[in-house]
Design a binder for this molecule. Structure first.
Ligand code: PMP
Length: 293
């Protein structure tokens, strides 16, 4: 039997406006996106059959494509409808949803002005990004040797495939050393983010989080800032230097896949899974399911 693989599952994928069989959603090896990284994507989660903040994700998808000079041929409404319809067709209520947009094959040099722009959406079941045990105890993060680049090096506000190369390198190194994930500093040496999630710290009842001026301003990050403010917790967005971690009491990650995940260690620094983190985890879990606490 063939090994389980994402290119060999049952169900339908939406591709360029059509719902096609999962195994038929193929691209050619001579696709600009694969050679030069000209691809942008989103990561969304559906809870109880409803995709959380779908419109914001679609807005970001179109913004990312625009930053890379790619004009999506469908409308935002068509992409939203495709995401919703896919859940129904594939019979999923709690799911991960992955829209992706890429340049095709018409030109195969660096220049690709004539290339057609393609779009696809796939949905699948993806329960928890980190293991439930690791989430309860708090994750252990290594500090990456790779740094988030400056905004004048690469468009850091696009959710573009090319930006994920250093994430994969960092995550592989961390896992090889027995860690769950990796924390990247930025080009200035300030704390930036993990490989697929933003970071928050707690000190004296307040939240501190890096200003997203060279990495993704996550939709979960913004949601958690709102939840904290609703609880009367002061949120300070600022430049945070690594040595400040010695004074932080709690730390957690936020992301669509990661949700709110507590941290126990980052390199030599230790954190407790404390009350503010736990409250925000529960607040987030309730909000995404349309419940109130
Ligand atoms: N940073 C990176 C590098 C990510 O991949 C993600 C996940 N999309 C995030 C932050 C968090 O973004 P969001 O909360 O919008 O999922």
């Amino acid at each position: 039997m063939a090994a389980a693989s994402f290119d060999n599952m049952d169900g339908k994928i939406w591709m360029d406006g059509e719902f096609v069989e999962w195994t038929d959603a193929q691209v050619h090896v001579l696709t600009h996106a694969m050679h030069y990284g000209s691809s942008v994507f989103e990561g969304q989660r559906a809870y109880n059959g409803k995709i959380f903040k779908l419109e914001e994700h679609t807005d970001r998808l179109f913004a990312s494509a625009d930053i890379l000079g790619m004009k999506i041929t469908q409308t935002k409404q068509e992409v939203n409808d495709a995401c919703n319809k896919l859940l129904e067709i594939n019979n999923l209520v709690d799911a991960y949803c992955r829209p992706v947009v890429w340049r095709g094959s018409e030109m195969m040099g660096v220049a690709a002005q004539k290339n057609t722009i393609h779009a696809a959406v796939a949905v699948w079941e993806w329960p928890s990004y980190f293991s439930p045990e690791a989430r309860l105890k708090g994750l252990r993060l290594e500090i990456s040797k790779w740094r988030r680049p400056a905004p004048d090096t690469i468009p850091t506000n696009a959710k573009a495939a090319g930006l994920y190369m250093i994430c994969t390198l960092s995550k592989h190194a961390a896992e090889a050393n027995g860690y769950d994930d990796s924390l990247m500093f930025d080009y200035r040496g300030q704390i930036a983010e993990a490989t697929g999630a933003n970071i928050f710290f707690v000190k004296d009842g307040e939240l501190h989080t890096p200003t997203p001026d060279c990495f993704l301003d996550g939709i979960t990050r913004r949601t958690v800032i709102d939840l904290a403010k609703k609880r009367g917790i002061n949120v300070i967005e600022r430049a945070i230097m690594p040595e400040e971690m010695a004074d932080f009491e709690q730390a957690f990650l936020t992301g669509t896949a990661a949700e709110v995940t507590p941290l126990a260690e980052i390199g030599d620094y230790n954190f407790e899974v404390g009350n503010i983190t736990k409250e925000l985890m529960l607040d987030y879990d309730a909000l995404v399911r349309g419940e109130t606490r």
